[in-house]
Design a protein around this ligand. Structure first.
Ligand SMILES: Cc1cc2nc3c(=O)[nH]c(=O)nc-3n(C[C@H](O)[C@H](O)[C@H](O)COP(=O)(O)O)c2cc1C
Length: 387
């Protein structure tokens, strides 16, 4: 860092990061009573146009709707297409469900869309044909997001909305959009009521970033850029299940339940009556000619959501295994992850005995991940068959 608050690249990272982390979907805090000057919209579009486009073609087009009668017509379409949001919001009200707030907010926008002082549509010359050629969605989205960032930096806000896209012919009729143009997103634009917004809770990069191969994680940034056990090397397998988390939970929280398609794990049994955090169980494993049993300690347990255990020493386990169930649409996403501990004698032993430890480590990760994916797929099949 340089002496003032700017970094070596000349940016004030506090401000840049605040912009990047607090540009929220704004609905209930849009100020419908304050006009949005054309100048501000032009400025934000000029900034957004700095985004790249395939072939550097200047094919993006922006439609700004301020005419009250036209906004009303678009508002009617938005309300029709978004009616389900109002129903869902009503159903979720007071439930404490993870999506209660977003549906309440979305339903508000459904009822008030046309009140935004300006509706701004980002469009592009071209029709999506799945040809893989650049220039369509992928030439608009980055620019449309820059438009949002530019709005936020000037005290305005919006929400990325796609509900009008279900009625493109009607939209084209109202706005006179010719054939061959694709509308990607419509922004209800307004000044925001207050300018303080908070970062959203999101998954950490360490959980969703894979190094060198799908599903290969590391819990910590490596200091030397290499593949080191100290970095918390791991793997993750996931599957979407057509059942609520509540229905998935029994299949992951009872380790004696016979759903494990791993070729390595031969079975597991609780040690005693205890369940939940601190309970222990013994797993029986087989790998080639080797067979061994290992004691596991439940190290995290959130009823209906999280079941995690560590092998041998819970404070410093040889491996940390974790099932997590998340809401995904009306169903669930099951995430099964594991981190190889620095006390993992098996993998470390193999790696140290080899001339190419990285290949051994990654070979072992491939093997473990494949077993974990098989287990996820088997759980999916069992849960869906039972429901
Ligand atoms: C592709 C896409 C389409 C969306 N469509 C709508 C929409 O039609 N209506 C709406 O109210 N929100 C829409 N959203 C916003 C999301 O529902 C969600 O609220 C938002 O991403 C989360 O809020 P946050 O950005 O403040 O974290 C859309 C977002 C994306 C990325």
């Amino acid at each position: 860092m340089t002496s003032d608050s700017h970094n070596d690249a000349g940016f004030d990272l506090d401000q840049v990061d605040r912009l990047l982390t607090t540009t929220r979907s704004v609905r209930k805090r849009l100020d419908f009573d304050r006009d949005v000057p054309d100048r501000v919209i032009f400025d934000c579009i000029d900034l957004a146009e700095q985004a790249p486009s395939g072939g550097n073609d200047a094919s993006r087009r922006w439609i700004v709707i301020k005419d009250e009668a036209t906004k009303r017509k678009l508002g009617e379409i938005y309300a029709r297409n978004g009616e389900f949001m109002i129903n869902v919001a009503d159903r979720l009200e007071g439930s404490g469900h993870g999506k209660e707030k977003v549906f309440s907010s979305s339903a508000y926008l459904v009822e008030n869309f046309a009140k935004a002082p300006a509706l701004v549509i980002a469009a592009i010359w071209g029709i999506h044909d799945n040809s893989g050629r650049p220039g369509l969605f992928d030439s608009v989205i980055q620019s449309a997001w820059s438009f949002n960032l530019a709005l936020r930096s000037r005290g305005l806000g919006s929400t990325w909305t796609t509900l009008l896209n279900a009625s493109v012919d009607e939209l084209a009729g109202i706005l006179g959009i010719p054939d061959g143009i694709t509308t990607i997103v419509t922004f209800p634009v307004a000044y925001t009521k207050g300018t303080e917004f908070k970062p959203a809770a999101r998954r950490q990069a360490e959980q969703i970033t894979y190094f060198d191969r799908w599903g290969f994680t590391k819990a910590r940034a490596s200091e030397d850029g290499g593949v080191n056990f100290e970095d918390g090397l791991g793997v993750v397998a996931e599957v979407d299940i057509e059942a609520t988390p509540r229905k998935v939970w029994p299949f992951i929280s009872d380790i004696e339940f016979p759903v494990d398609a791993s070729e390595e794990l031969q079975g597991a049994a609780w040690n005693g009556e205890a369940r939940g955090l601190g309970a222990t169980f013994t797993g029986h494993n087989k790998l080639g000619d080797m067979e061994w049993s290992i004691e596991n300690h439940v190290t995290d347990y959130v009823e209906g959501r999280v079941f995690e255990w560590g092998t041998v020493d819970p404070a410093n386990p040889g491996g940390r295994w974790r099932f997590e169930i998340m809401d995904q649409g009306v169903g669930s996403r099951l995430r099964f992850s594991m981190e190889i501990g620095t006390e993992n004698n098996l993998t470390i032993g193999f790696a140290e005995a080899s001339e190419n430890p990285v290949a051994v480590i990654n070979g072992r990760r491939k093997q473990i991940r494949s077993n974990m994916q098989r287990t996820c797929d088997a759980i999916k099949a069992a849960v869906e068959a039972a429901n």
